[in-house]
Write a protein that binds this ligand. Structure first.
Ligand code: ZN
Ligand code: MN
Ligand code: MN
Length: 279
C-alpha cells in the first residue's frame, strides 16, 4: 500500500522529494510551481535530474502534480477560460518534464450557471488542452466538495465530463475523501464505504480510479464546506478511515494526505495514524 503527502516544493523539486522521504512517503504530491500565481519559472535541469534520481532510489511513486489554483476550466469569462487552458497545458508539460505520472485537476466553477453548462465547458477545455499537448502523463479529475459553485460534487458529474472528452485514454479520477464527505458521500461505516465503492464503480468505473486524497473533514457531513483535517480527528473519524483504508476497493490505490501542516509534528502524526488503522 502506498501512502504519502502533498509536500512543499520550496527550494526545489529535489528538496521536495527529500521532505517526502523524511516523513515516510511511498508516494507524493507537489505543485509544479507557485499555485496562486500565473508566473512560471523555468525548470532547472539539474534539480529535475536529482528529483528523478532520488525518487527512483527511494522508490517513491507514483508522483502526483496538482494544478495551479487559479486555473478554472469551467469559467464563464472568455479570458480566464482561455488562460486556464493555456496554464493547464503548462502544468501538464511540467508534470511530464518531472517524470511524474499524474496531473490532478479540479473541474472549476461558473457562478450562476447550471452544472450541465459547466460540465460541457470543462470537457471542451480538456479537449482543447489535449489538442494543444497530447498528454503522456495521465490527467486525473478530482471530485469537489461543491463549495462556491464548484462542479464535480457528484460522481455522476465527473462521469459526464469524461463522456464529453474525445480521447479518454489519458483520463482518470482522483477521489478526495474530505470533498466527498462534505458533498454527501459518507464513509463512517463499512457499509458506507461499500456503498461508495459501488457508486464509484457505477459512475466513473474502478479502472479510472488512480489516486485518493486521504483527508478527514473538519465540517459536518453534507456541509459542502471544504476544510481538510487531520486523519481521525475530524467528522469522518478513526472508524471511518479504518473501514476505508482496509476496503479491498481502495486499499491498492495510492493515497495522498493533504492534511494541515501547522507544526512539524502534523505529518508524522497523520502518517502514524494511517498506518495504525491498517490491518
Ligand atoms: Zn485538489
Ligand atoms: Mn484534494
Ligand atoms: Mn480541498
Amino acid at each position: 500500500m502506498r501512502l504519502g503527502f502533498h509536500v512543499s516544493i520550496s527550494g526545489g523539486f529535489s528538496l521536495a522529494v527529500r521532505r517526502a522521504y523524511e516523513i515516510g512517503c511511498r508516494t507524493m504530491q507537489i505543485f509544479s510551481r507557485n499555485p496562486r500565481g500565473w508566473t512560471v519559472k523555468p525548470l532547472d535541469p539539474a534539480d529535475i535530474a536529482e528529483f528523478k534520481r532520488l525518487r527512483e532510489e527511494w522508490d517513491i511513486g507514483p508522483v502526483f502534480v496538482h494544478t495551479n489554483y487559479l486555473i478554472n476550466l469551467a469559467s464563464a469569462k472568455p479570458d480566464l477560460y482561455q488562460r486556464s487552458i493555456e496554464q493547464f497545458v503548462i502544468d501538464l508539460e511540467r508534470t511530464e518534464h518531472l517524470g511524474a505520472e499524474y496531473l490532478v485537476t479540479h473541474l472549476g466553477s461558473a457562478s450562476g450557471k447550471e452544472p450541465g453548462w459547466m460540465i460541457e465547458r470543462v470537457a471542451k477545455a480538456l479537449n482543447a488542452a489535449q489538442k494543444l499537448h497530447p498528454p503522456k502523463a495521465m490527467i486525473l479529475l478530482e471530485n469537489t466538495a461543491g463549495e462556491a459553485g464548484d462542479v464535480g460534487y457528484e460522481l455522476g458529474q465527473v462521469r459526464q465530463v469524461i463522456d464529453g472528452i474525445d480521447n479518454t485514454s489519458r483520463i482518470g479520477v482522483c477521489y478526495d475523501t474530505c470533498h466527498g464527505f462534505a458533498a454527501g458521500y459518507d464513509i463512517r461505516t463499512k457499509k458506507d464505504v461499500d456503498g461508495l465503492a459501488k457508486e464509484i464503480d457505477a459512475t466513473v468505473g474502478k479502472s479510472r480510479l488512480k489516486g485518493i486524497h486521504l483527508n478527514d473533514c473538519l465540517k459536518d457531513f453534507g456541509s459542502r464546506v471544504d476544510r481538510h483535517w487531520h486523519l481521525g480527528e475530524g467528522k469522518i473519524g478513526d472508524d471511518g478511515f479504518r473501514a476505508f483504508l482496509n476496503h479491498p476497493f481502495f486499499r491498492e490505490v495510492p493515497m495522498i494526505m493533504e492534511t494541515p501542516k501547522e507544526t512539524e509534528e502534523d505529518d508524522p502524526r497523520n502518517m502514524k495514524k494511517a498506518k495504525s488503522l491498517l490491518k
